[in-house]
Design a protein around this ligand. Structure first.
Ligand SMILES: [Mg+2]
Length: 100
C-alpha cells in the first residue's frame, strides 16, 4: 500500500478506481457528488457520536476519497488550489474579521 502519494496522485488514483468501478460511465452531477462527500462527513459524525474511532477514521477517509475522485474527474490541480488558498488565508485578519 502506497501512502506517500502527493494530493494530485491521490486524486488520479481515487478517480481511476472510481472510473474502473463504473461511477463515471455517465456525466457526473457535481451537486450530487458534493452531497455524497457531505454524507461521508455525516457518517464520520455518527462514528464520533458512537465513540467508534475506527469508523470515524474510515468515514473521514471516504470523504477524502470522494473529494479526490471529484478533483481527478474535473481535472482540478488540488495542490495548486490549496497552496493558493492557504496563502490567501494567511493575509486574512484574526478569525477572518468575524466577532464569533
Ligand atoms: Mg462511508
Amino acid at each position: 500500500m502506497d501512502t506517500k502519494l502527493t494530493l494530485n496522485e491521490w486524486s488520479a488514483r481515487c478517480h481511476g478506481i472510481a472510473k474502473e468501478k463504473g461511477f463515471w460511465d455517465k456525466e457526473r452531477n457535481v451537486g450530487e457528488a458534493l452531497m455524497l462527500i457531505v454524507t461521508e462527513l455525516a457518517e464520520a459524525m455518527e462514528g464520533h457520536r458512537k465513540q467508534d474511532e475506527a469508523n470515524f477514521k474510515e468515514e473521514l477517509a471516504d470523504a477524502f476519497i470522494r473529494l479526490f475522485d471529484l478533483c481527478g474527474g474535473m481535472g482540478i490541480d488540488i495542490e495548486k488550489e490549496i497552496a493558493a488558498k492557504s496563502e490567501r488565508n494567511k493575509t486574512r485578519p484574526y478569525k477572518h474579521g468575524k466577532i464569533c
